[in-house]
Design a protein around this ligand. Structure first.
Ligand code: NAP
Length: 247
């Protein structure tokens, strides 16, 4: 049983999907959780679910690609909790298209939301965690950042960048006992994959050795492990949660 009762966490994009499930797992382990989302109403709904589990929780509105939003978000977390032990950089988006058709705005937006956000939030979290000489940063990457994917040049580049960021920040913060790891989900049943046409989904599933999509809970369990004392000596790693897609 993982016990996070004395800990505090921030989950970005926690209003729905994988982020919501991670926030729930943390709360089940007794952790106080700040849930941030660009749409605060979804974060508030998650917070109600967390409070029903008996933990402290706050909902925060923030566009994690925006530096002043991120700064304000961390000020609110320190005001609410006085500390931050665990950061999960989860918020992410897709704007798919072939390279030759992709608009510059689609490239920029995906890189800002998926990659710049992790730089901004990790920098703020590192300041708090370095003083505490402990902490966990977990970045939600994707198998697409390892293997590439047709029609996702912006998304794949952002997730590959996130893996490079993970390994670099892990090296910089290791001496302060802060671990930094990435979880790379394969194809997980959420609103993000619901957007795909059925024929596309069938094709995807055929390529997965386990022959099924993963669940948000599969990803959240891996994140909970990396956030827990069980993973104290693990840093700079990419844990794929993908039914065997990448091996
Ligand atoms: P999702 O259901 O679309 O949830 C993403 C959450 O992030 C939403 O609540 C969304 O808010 C929020 N968000 C979007 N832009 C934001 C911004 N600028 N600032 C703050 N919050 C923002 O996606 P998901 O499937 O749970 O994905 C979560 C993470 O896992 C992402 O990083 C994604 O790339 C990664 N991932 C997913 C899969 C998959 O198969 N689903 C596979 C590999 C990796 P709104 O709803 O208001 O837009």
């Amino acid at each position: 049983m993982i016990d996070l009762r004395s800990k505090t966490a921030l989950v970005t994009g926690g209003g729905r999907g994988i982020g919501r499930e991670i926030a729930l797992r943390f709360a089940q382990a007794g952790c106080a959780v700040a849930v941030s989302d660009i749409d605060v109403t979804t974060a508030q709904t998650t917070v109600k679910e967390l409070e029903a589990l008996g933990v402290r929780a706050v909902a925060l509105q923030a566009d994690v690609a925006n530096g002043s939003d991120v700064e304000a978000m961390f000020k609110s977390i320190v005001a609410a909790f006085g500390a931050l032990d665990i950061l999960v950089n989860n918020a992410g988006i897709t704007r798919d298209g072939l390279l030759v058709r992709m608009k510059e705005e689609e490239w920029d937006l995906v890189l800002r939301v998926n990659l710049k956000s992790a730089f901004l939030c990790s920098k703020e979290a590192a300041r708090i965690m370095m003083k505490a000489r402990s902490g966990r940063i977990i970045n939600i990457a994707s198998v697409v950042g390892i293997n590439g994917n047709f029609g996702q040049v912006n998304y794949a580049a952002s997730k590959a960048g996130l893996i490079g960021l993970t390994k670099t920040v892990a090296r910089e913060l290791a001496s302060r006992f802060i671990t930094v790891n990435a979880v790379a989900p394969g194809f997980i049943a959420t609103a993000m994959t619901d957007m795909l046409p059925d024929a596309e989904k069938e094709k995807l599933v055929k390529n997965i050795p386990m022959q099924k999509l993963g669940s948000a809970a599969d990803v959240a369990n891996a994140v909970l492990f990396l956030a827990s004392p069980l993973a104290e000596y693990i840093t700079g790693q990419v844990l794929t949660v993908d039914g065997g897609l990448v091996m």
